[in-house]
Structures are given as C-alpha cells and as structure tokens.
Write a protein that binds this ligand. Structure first.
Ligand SMILES: *[C@@H]1O[C@H](CO)[C@@H](O)[C@H](O)[C@H]1NC(C)=O
Ligand SMILES: *[C@@H]1O[C@H](CO)[C@@H](O)[C@H](O)[C@H]1NC(C)=O
Length: 369
C-alpha cells in the first residue's frame, strides 16, 4: 500500500509542473529574421500579385451575371476580388509571414489604390508604384541611394557587368562596385593581378599557375614567373626541380627532398637512417646510431649481432661434433680436421669483427705478461 501511494505521489510530482504551466509544453517560435525595407516591400508586392493570380479564375458566388447587372462591375475588377486576393496573401510565405501580414495591414489602402487605378493600365507596375514611388524604399535596378542615382559604370550595365553595385535597386548603399574575382578598378573594367584579358571570352581569365603576371594563356604567356618557376626559351615559365642536385639539397637533417610543381617538400627519412635520398630503410645514406647496414638495409645492431652469433656457434658446434665422431676412427685425421676447425673459427671470428670484442692482442699480452 505504501509503495502504491509513493508511486502515485511521484507521478503527480512528475507531471504536475507540465500541466500547471502550459508554456513549457509550447516552445516559443524562433523570431523570424526580418527583411530589409526594399526586400520586404518586394515581398509584399509579389504576394499581392500572387493573390490576384489565384483569384484570376474565381467568380461571384451565385453567378456573375446577376451580380454584374446589379453592381455594374465584373468580378475581375471588383472589391470582392480585392478582398479575396488580400486574404490569399502571406499564407504560403512561412519564412516571413509575420512581417508580410504586418505590411499588408499597414499598406492596405495603397494596394487598393493600385488595384483600382494603375493595375488596368499596367499589371506589372505594382513594384514601381508601391516600393519606388509611394513607400520610397526601393529604386529601379541599376540605381541606388535615397535619391536613386545610377550605379558606378551606369545604370544600364553597372560595374561593367563584372561586379555588383552596392545598393543597386534599393535606397541604401553608395553605388560603388564590388568586383567579381579576376576584375578590379572602380567600375571593374580591369583584370586583377594574375589574370589577363582574353578576347575570345571577352573577359579576364586566370594566368597559368607558373605565372605571377601574364599577357596570355599558358606558361608561355607569362610576363613574370611565379616563385618556384624559372623562365626558359622553349617552355616559358617551368618548374624548378629543387631536388635535382642531391649534394645541394635544400632539405637538412634527417629529411629528403620531393619536388612538386612550384616548390618542394622535405619529408622525414626512415628512422633507421642518418640522412637519406628517398623514403624507406633501404634508401639511407648512413645508418642511424644503433643501426647497422645488412643486405643494403639498416637494421637494429643488436638484432643482427644476436642472429650472427647464433648461426656462428651453431656451425662451430656442428664441426666439433663431426670431429668427435671422426676421432674414434683415426687420430691423425682427427688432428688434421681439428686444426682446420680451429683455423676456420679463427678466420670467421676475425672477419665478423668479433676480435674487436675479444681483443686478441690483449689476450696475447695477458699470456706474455
Ligand atoms: C561604400 O560602401 C562600402 C561598404 O559599405 C565601403 O567599403 C566603401 O568604402 C564605400 N565607398 C565610398 C566611396 O564611400
Ligand atoms: C583565350 O581563351 C581560350 C580558351 O581558354 C584560349 O584557347 C585562348 O588561347 C585564349 N586567348 C589568349 C589570347 O590567351
């Protein structure tokens, strides 16, 4: 029973705040970003035209003919259509629906004015009437600023067609040009550095990557070569192979040089190397300390010593066993073979450098002294 009560109390506590405070359940809608004045006006005009389009094929309820006779007006030009068109506005526009509805209410009478007058002469004149002439928030394309002056380079083709005019079509901005990539100058009629004018495309095109500046297409069109390239009569600007001379490599320390178009990389040598001319343990110039050269590859010194010592002593053991077997048959032969074995061991120890460790001279001196 106690358990039942406590579960009930828990449920109550868990759900009470939600039901008591409905605001927690309903998230507040994100505030919609508001369009700037001219764009907002353009939206209003577009929405109204869309509303008119939707009502284009509508009719009076109860038949057109009777209504027309009564009021002397066709549905097409009627108050009823105006109201229906306005009702259809800002419905599909989700992103700026609040701003749209606010503007619609604010400028209802202007919309009505245009509907009753200018619309019949020129159905496309709404934007100009509403946004340029009445609300003074926009200019025609190619004009800018509060008094709608022509953009830099002229209203016909602002910025020579190679840039955007700041404020074009609005009452804002200063009419200067923001040139597209490759263009510069006040009205974007010059090519930027690293571009040349191409008469075929009638525009500025990027120079070859080997050029810093150029007069035409390709590495032969360069005027000045880019860094990492040098000029040749035959090829124009061509890549400098910085890695060509190993003795004079630009890569220092335990690195090697790799050339690419316009430059070079210094890549790390294998860790077994002390200097190298390519990647991998087989490309060392010298072995790093603790490594020795074996079959053209630098390997750990300890590794090779253990391996060599093991094989060496295995061979010696084999020879001694052979000698022991033979010694049972002939003493002379045995002595001869024994001598050979001793000589072999001596010789091979000498060539592998084991004498260094053993230090034969000291050994002899210890006998003498
Ligand atoms: C025009 O406006 C742009 C950006 O708003 C600004 O960078 C530029 O300096 C202005 N130019 C002039 C001449 O005022
Ligand atoms: C212009 O561009 C075209 C195509 O990229 C090229 O074939 C032609 O050589 C260019 N003209 C000049 C003068 O570089």
């Amino acid at each position: 029973m106690w358990f039942g009560h406590s579960v009930g109390a828990w449920l109550l506590v868990a759900f009470l705040p939600n039901s008591a405070d409905p605001q927690i359940l309903r998230p507040t809608p994100a505030p919609e970003d508001r369009l700037p004045a001219c764009a907002a006006c353009r939206m209003l005009a577009d929405e109204f035209l869309r509303g008119l389009e939707k009502t284009q094929r509508s009719k009076y309820e109860g038949g057109d003919a009777a209504y027309e006779r009564e009021r002397g007006m066709r549905y097409e030009d009627s108050e009823v259509r105006l109201i229906e068109a306005q009702e259809a506005m800002c419905v599909e526009n989700k992103k700026h629906s609040n701003q749209c509805r606010d503007l619609k209410e604010e400028h209802e009478s202007l919309l009505e004015d245009w509907y009753n007058t200018r619309r019949k002469e020129d159905p496309k004149s709404l934007f100009t009437f509403l946004c340029v002439e009445q609300l003074l928030v926009c200019c025609q394309k190619g004009y800018f600023g509060f008094d709608c002056r022509p953009c830099a380079g002229g209203a016909e083709l602002p910025c020579s067609g190679h840039g955007t005019c700041r404020g074009s079509g609005t009452r804002k901005g200063n009419g200067t040009c923001k040139c597209h990539s490759g263009y510069q100058g006040e009205i974007c009629n010059q090519c930027s550095k690293g571009f040349y004018f191409n008469g075929t495309t009638n525009g500025c095109e990027a120079c070859d990557q080997s050029c810093e500046t150029c007069r035409e297409w390709g590495p032969k069109g360069c005027v000045v070569c880019n860094e990492g390239y040098s000029h040749t009569q035959e090829w124009g600007c061509s890549d400098i192979d910085e890695c060509l001379f190993a003795d004079d490599s630009p890569c220092k320390g335990n690195t090697f040089c790799v050339n690419y178009d316009g430059g070079f990389h210094c890549l790390d040598c294998d860790r077994t190397c002390d200097g190298c001319y390519a990647d991998g343990p087989e490309s060392c110039i010298k072995c790093a300390t603790g490594f020795v050269l074996a079959k053209g590859v630098c390997v750990l010194a300890k590794q090779i010593n253990v391996q060599q010592t093991l094989t060496r002593w295995a061979v010696y053991l084999g020879l001694v066993v052979c000698t022991m077997i033979i010694s049972k048959k002939s003493v002379t032969l045995c002595s001869l073979i024994g001598l050979c074995v001793a000589m072999y061991i001596g010789a091979s120890e000498y060539t592998t450098g084991a004498w260094d460790d053993f230090n034969f001279q000291q050994f002899l001196r210890s006998f003498a002294g």
